[in-house]
Design a protein around this ligand. Sequence first.
Ligand code: BES
Ligand code: ZN
Length: 629
Amino acid sequence: MIHCFFNVRTFSYMISLSILMAFSGCGPDGGSAGDDSYDVHSYAKPAEALVTHIDLDLSVNFDKKELAGTAALSISNKSGTNKLHLDTRDLTIEKVTLDEAGTETAFTLGEAAPYLGQEMIVDILPETRKVTIHYRSAPQAEALQWLSPSQTAGGQHPFLFTQSQAILARTWVPCQDSPGIRITYTATIRTDPSLMAVMSAENGTVKTEDGIYTFKMTQPIPSYLLALAVGDIEYRALGPRSGVYAEPSVIAKAAFEFGDTERMMDAAEALYGPYRWDKYDIIVLPPSFPFGGMENPRLTFATPTILAGDRSLVSLVAHELAHSWSGNLVTNATWNDFWLNEGFTVYFEYRIMEALYGAEYANMLAQLGFQDCQAAIKSMGADSPDTHLFLNLKGRNPDDGMTSIAYDKGSLFLRMLEQEFGREKFDDFLKTYFNEFAFKTMTSRGFLEYMNNHLLNSDPALRQRLQIDEWIYGPGLPSNSPKPTTEEFRKVETQVSAWSDGKSAADLQIDQWTTHHWLHFLRSLPNEISSERMADLDQTFGFTRSGNSEIQFAWFMHTIANKYQPADQALHDFLTGVGRRKFIKPLFEQLIKTEDGRKRAESVYKEARPGYHPVTYQTIDEILDWKTD
Ligand code: BES
Ligand code: ZN
């Protein structure tokens, strides 16, 4: 049953809309332009013809920086249409054929729109079941980063990895690129025999002799979870269901760092039900990977910057693992509902961390997240619609909505509910929710309705008292927001005060401090610090040369603001060696606050940019107003 529903103000508008509908059909989940499950970031018309499965056959060409081959799309024609609408961006389409007979068919490509790419319309017949697209990707495809050997740990072999979230899958696979549409897939990937290919699918653990790898993903996933990595990698098991892939020189360090993965899986299952994806592996990518982690199913992609040597940054693994429920199992219907993926995942991440390392640890993470949330609200403006959980990203790049609001305000909302209903009841509710909507999509409104029926007892007074609508559809943090605090951080604040009052760093009481104590310490320092006092900290605690990327990052924010020159070389090495956007972006923003800093930013960026992933360099191009030709 298809529901096409919209709010209309005038009759003439209604007529023009219905004419429009006749041509455009409905969006994902049978929604239409006035429906909150309609995806403004996709050209697909799944209510007309839906892609249900993709067979990929791609050759990896490092010289040309090109993936070339075929994508065979299985379709379910819902309406007897003779058009299939797809998303593409920067793809060269050679030809399109239909069904097993391989009859060539006509197609058109629409005008290229910024970030959305080109609509592809393929002529089909009502009885067509398979559409095979012969195509190649562009060297500048935004989902792909082609690394030269010198950009890898081993320095001997090239490396390729993809990043499809949010709407970049269309730059390497012609598809219906909307999170509300799920597909199964198989793939044959052909590469040089010195390299190994892995995907968000069933993976092998050793290289093949001919460099040909076949994959199968039998559980239906949204296109943003399509993922591929190719490089000189090897595998090491961590436990019966988990393991790690990394370059040979990194594998031992990675295996140690992720030693608690199997326990995390057990803790997650104890909370919210069985892990439904069989294996959980992690691949450690080269340092240019633009994110901390990406929850590609069965195979989390991770930055090497979490290899601190002491397992202190593994909440990232808990986070990506948690997405196996929140996001990969129950998926945001559109990018307006991004908080359903990330807010739930951050909440779940903290619960896993609490189960493994205790409540104090998890509360330190929550307090840092709360600080991030407050800072985000402050920088966006307390009334900004971008601080709503439910977003309106129409006409904007979905990337614009991927802020701390979805993550931290989202998790605070769930924490508020937990506190209100008690753990037992709230955990039961979440477990049932994940089960009920497994392999389905969810809108914010759909979640509220489900919660209203299953948690709030359909009690309007309760809904009002908990300010549910303010949380989802209103700005900032409602007055009933939890404010996570910890005793451990109070101790840190005492030491910051003592140091600010002139005590020397060597006399501070820092026994048994962990990475998170240090992060709170660094975040709590005054903005203005003299060179002598910076040197006092640095000589005592060795921040500049810390092996912990989070600590280094927090420290560099101060070294830039206070022009602390002894850190300049290390900052330069960090900016040219690491491409993780969460670090790189604020550092450049901090640099350009002064004239002298801007000059430094320009010069280091010139050097660093060729090594950054498109996702990172596009962000920095904007910050520096960098013109590319
Ligand atoms: N799914 C996100 C990464 C992402 C979000 C990629 C939006 C593209 C668009 C992933 O789960 C994530 O949140 N990663 C965080 C780490 C996490 C511990 C908060 C990151 O990369 O920093
Ligand atoms: Zn996430």
